[in-house]
Design a protein around this ligand. Structure first.
Ligand code: MN
Ligand code: MN
Length: 513
């Protein structure tokens, strides 16, 4: 029996569509699920994925990927690599597992929505593979993290994080629900594969993989690179969908991209920024977060936007300036509120690290140096209580991140301030103008209270730091603390003594020698 060539059967096989006779189209593809909007139904016949794959080819490739991910894992099983990993690096991987594992599962549901309600047979075919991909990612993440739980209970948050109301998780859930759980198939395709997976997963899975290799975490590097090969394939569902939307409703396309990009950038400033610029050991840092962002997001993604005839988002200059400030402010906040996270934030402020920060970010010292000096002085004077929170910062109602973290102290264009709006009988507060504008457009579909709102409306009891930590699901054995037990602050002791003497002299007394 002679075999047909792939190109002879592929189009028939992948584009299975028929005209239903017993029910009407709307019953099978309700508009609120499919979301075709101004795209005429006939236009969907043009949908054509750039990357072709059949089921049998898919299975063979995926089997190989799984085999190689597990080969590395089992080869390293009896090694002592984990015990030798730097504590700061371990925090990168804990943060990643907690913030990502169950999002991979959420992505299964988003892919299945496109596989069911996408209006082109070829799209549904691609999305089915996407769903299988995401099952694999959720399972890989959970399995790889599970192995470390006996050594360190913080790894349990790979599974637990999204079942809690931890504040970073609330922020991540707000973004990912908006990208994946709430929208129609078309909106999902623009927000998830086109914007998020084409831009931001590259940063997380390629950029972070480079740091993981350098840090000696081969298992993690190998796992996330394996995940990225799937993301790169199924992200391409976004392109033909974007083509149709640009043709028939460019305004909608631009808005979806603009808001998704902004919200993703805000979240990545906390998800990836501190890991790259503070937690990864200095000698293993491949590039700064800003350099990774410039490479993967600014250059590559901005080119994709142009190729499709999209404009730069309206806030582009503000976003670019944010590369200098956002993640530094967020890192400072995470370190200060360290009991509220499930990893051990590494301060990353030794003198050598500080020199690196000042080299990569020329305004770092002026904006963040004085605050860190105060924290260091308190650490060295044994006043650890002064370096810990007594309450929560006000949170932005759109991105759920602390107000002030879209700016920096003393920054001319980005001062620490709130952007407010009086609406519906109360004031609403935001970290930035774009977050305020996105909230205004989307307010009818946003139903997630910030942790602050929950505190003010009595949902968190007692309204104290222990009460808040309990509400967030943080038990004593997983609460974050400084990665190195403050050892890094020792080299500043003489500076601290000098400062204490200065304070004492100003107060009119001379300290005893
Ligand atoms: Mn995935
Ligand atoms: Mn994906």
């Amino acid at each position: 029996m002679s075999k047909l060539k792939r190109e002879e059967w592929y189009d028939i096989y992948r584009d299975v569509n028929w005209t239903p006779r017993y029910v009407d189209h709307e019953a099978i593809f309700p508009e609120w699920w499919s979301g075709t909007g101004k795209i005429p139904l006939e236009a969907w016949a043009e949908w054509d994925e750039p990357y072709k794959v059949s089921y049998s080819e898919y299975v063979v490739t995926q089997r190989e990927k799984e085999a190689s991910a597990f080969a590395v894992k089992s080869a390293l099983k009896r090694s002592t690599i984990f015990d030798k990993l730097d504590e700061g690096w371990k925090s990168v991987s804990k943060e990643h597992y907690g913030a990502t594992s169950l999002v991979e599962y959420m992505a299964v549901l988003a892919e299945l929505r496109m596989a069911r309600f996408g209006l082109a047979g070829a799209w549904r075919h691609m999305a089915t593979f996407g769903a299988l991909d995401e099952i694999r990612h959720a399972q890989l993440d959970l399995l790889f993290a599970h192995e470390f739980i006996p050594k360190d209970p913080q790894f349990d948050w790979a599974q637990k994080a999204y079942h809690t109301n931890e504040w970073g998780v609330v922020a991540a859930r707000a973004l990912f629900d908006g990208l994946m759980s709430n929208p129609s198939a078309v909106d999902t395709a623009i927000q998830l594969p086109f914007t998020f997976e084409t831009g931001f997963t590259n940063l997380q899975f390629v950029g972070l993989s480079a740091d993981a290799m350098e840090s000696g975490d081969y298992n993690f590097a190998n796992m996330i690179s394996s995940v990225q090969t799937d993301e790169a394939r199924h992200a391409q569902q976004g392109h033909p969908t974007m083509q149709l939307l640009m043709e028939h409703d460019p305004k909608r396309a631009q808005w979806l991209v603009d808001k998704t990009f902004w919200l993703s950038a805000r979240l990545f400033a906390i998800l990836t920024g501190p890991g790259m610029d503070y937690y990864t050991p200095l000698e293993h840092r491949k590039q700064s977060f800003k350099e990774f962002m410039e490479e993967w997001i600014v250059n590559q993604y901005a080119r994709t936007l142009k190729d499709f005839g999209l404009r730069e988002p309206w806030y582009w200059d503000e976003f670019m300036r944010g590369l200098e400030t956002w993640h530094h402010s967020l890192h400072l906040g995470v370190w200060f509120w360290r009991p509220t996270v499930w990893w051990k934030p590494q301060a990353g402020i030794s003198k050598a690290e500080r020199a690196w920060l000042n080299d990569k970010y020329p305004n770092w010292e002026q904006q963040f140096g004085p605050i860190w000096d105060q924290l260091i002085a308190n650490v060295n004077a044994g006043r650890i209580d002064k370096t810990l929170p007594e309450t929560l910062p006000w949170l932005c109602e759109t991105c759920n991140l602390p107000i002030g973290t879209a700016g920096a102290p003393g920054h001319a264009h980005h001062p620490v301030r709130a952007y407010s709006m009086n609406y519906g009988g109360r004031m609403h507060h935001f970290c930035s103008k774009p977050c305020r504008q996105i909230w205004w457009e989307d307010k009818d579909t946003l139903h997630q209270d910030t942790i602050i709102m929950r505190l003010l409306t009595g949902q968190i009891q007692p309204p104290t730091v222990p009460g808040i930590l309990g509400y967030m699901g943080l038990t004593p054995e997983v609460m974050g603390d400084d990665a190195y037990g403050y050892a890094w602050a020792k080299e500043y002791v003489t500076d601290t003594l000098r400062q204490v003497a200065k304070e004492a002299a100003a107060a009119g007394s001379v300290p005893a020698k």
